[in-house]
Design a protein around this ligand. Structure first.
Ligand SMILES: Nc1nc2c(ncn2[C@@H]2O[C@H](COP(=O)(O)OP(=O)(O)OP(=O)(O)O)[C@@H](O)[C@H]2O)c(=O)[nH]1
Ligand SMILES: [Mg+2]
Length: 353
């Protein structure tokens, strides 16, 4: 179930609250790369500086009308909103701006929907999407109309929404049952492979976890310069040193304010991390956004109850930085050039003793 699709032309809207602790730029950049990962293109951008969001329409109502005019001018058929959108704001905004209004959570869910490969991954994403719609009083109309030939219709009316709600609830129960079954199978498979220690790669999305796994295991897990290339956990056998191997699992990347329906949906997948003997926390040494990303990961690791585990901090992509910050205890590597990989193998071996 995808909300956006190739050929969609979107206008990105953001309200800048001027919070110094939360500068808009990195969040906006990240949002736009998420949007591009859905296949939609960005044809315009509206940033409104305000002290608070407008409770009725998010942006001021004058701005909302200006956006409606921009839609015509730019031939846009989608509005993408960075800020959290309350159901009432969405509804009011939809009246003024008559195209689908998609918020950050929906964008992330959409990227997940595109990238899910396994049956469990697909079920998890669909469940998260429906739960999000349910809690935000969005009908299924937009998606169904897309299947029937293009999004671009208005949201459903009141009675239709009632019907939608019932259908959503029914579908959610079906998905839960199916997930339950898939998970039982996975648990049985997992039991069978408990011989070698398990090392889990964790980290923000797009930092190079899959690339690192490939470099260490000489394998070819999917790598792409876009958020959430990996959704399904991938396990590879990695050589550490003479007669010592580990299993290394690469899993879904983290992101700031990961939608809670997604965390819930992916909890079971992330639970694989509970079995890990060591966590390897990968960060991207080359991004100016490193600190914010690191905080998000540390918070999620804590939420998942993994903060008691042994952890190795790794700075990846050092080939891209001229003078890499020397953080004590952290290991600098490049999945691309192979620099630092031996030091990482040694550190993992040491941590397992
Ligand atoms: N220059 C450089 N680029 C790298 C390095 N490692 C990964 N990349 C690039 O970074 C991008 C993301 O790499 P992935 O391995 O897909 O990252 P990931 O952490 O698995 O990302 P998700 O699965 O999307 O969360 C790709 O374009 C890689 O080619 C590195 O050491 N140096
Ligand atoms: Mg990956």
């Amino acid at each position: 179930m995808q909300v956006t699709s190739a050929g969609q032309r979107g206008i990105v809207i953001a309200v800048d609250l001027g919070d110094e602790r939360r500068p808009l730029d990195p969040e906006l950049d990240e949002f736009e790369s998420l949007v591009l990962a859905t296949g939609a293109s960005i044809v315009g951008r509206v940033i409104q500086r305000r002290d608070a969001v407008d409770p009725a329409t998010l942006v001021g109502s004058g701005k909302a009308h200006a956006i409606a005019e921009m839609l015509h001018e730019y031939g846009a058929n989608l509005v993408l909103v960075l800020n959290d959108l309350r159901p009432r704001q969405r509804k009011n905004l939809e009246r003024i701006v008559p195209v689908p209004i998609v918020d950050r959570t929906m964008v992330i869910l959409d990227v997940f929907a595109r990238h899910a490969r396994s049956r469990e991954g697909k079920l998890q994403v669909e469940l998260a999407q429906l739960r999000y719609r349910q809690s935000n009083l969005i009908g299924v109309g937009a998606d169904l109309s897309r299947l029937g030939g293009g999004i671009g219709t208005r949201g459903p009316g009141e009675t239709k929404l009632e019907v939608d709600r019932r259908r959503i609830q029914q579908r959610i129960s079906v998905l839960r049952d199916q997930l339950e079954r898939v998970r039982k199978q996975r648990a049985t498979r997992r039991q069978a492979r408990r011989d070698e220690p398990l090392v889990a790669l964790v980290g923000y999305t797009n930092v190079g976890k899959s690339s690192l796994l490939n470099a260490l295991a000489r394998s070819d897990a999917f790598v792409a310069d876009q958020p959430f290339a990996t959704l399904d956990p991938t396990v590879r056998r990695v050589f550490l040193r003479e007669r010592q191997y580990v299993r290394m699992v690469d899993t879904v990347g983290f992101i700031t304010d990961l939608p809670k329906d997604l965390v819930a949906a992916f909890r079971a997948t992330l639970e694989e991390l509970q079995d890990a003997d060591v966590l390897v926390h990968v960060t991207d040494a080359s991004t100016s956004d490193r600190e914010r990303q690191e905080h998000a990961v540390v918070a999620l690791v804590r939420d998942l109850g993994l903060d008691k585990k042994r952890r190795i901090d790794v700075f990846n992509k050092i080939d891209k930085v001229t003078n890499a910050a020397n953080v004590p205890g952290a290991i600098s590597v490049s999945a691309r050039t192979g620099a630092g990989l031996d030091a990482l193998r040694t550190a993992i071996a040491k941590s397992l003793r």
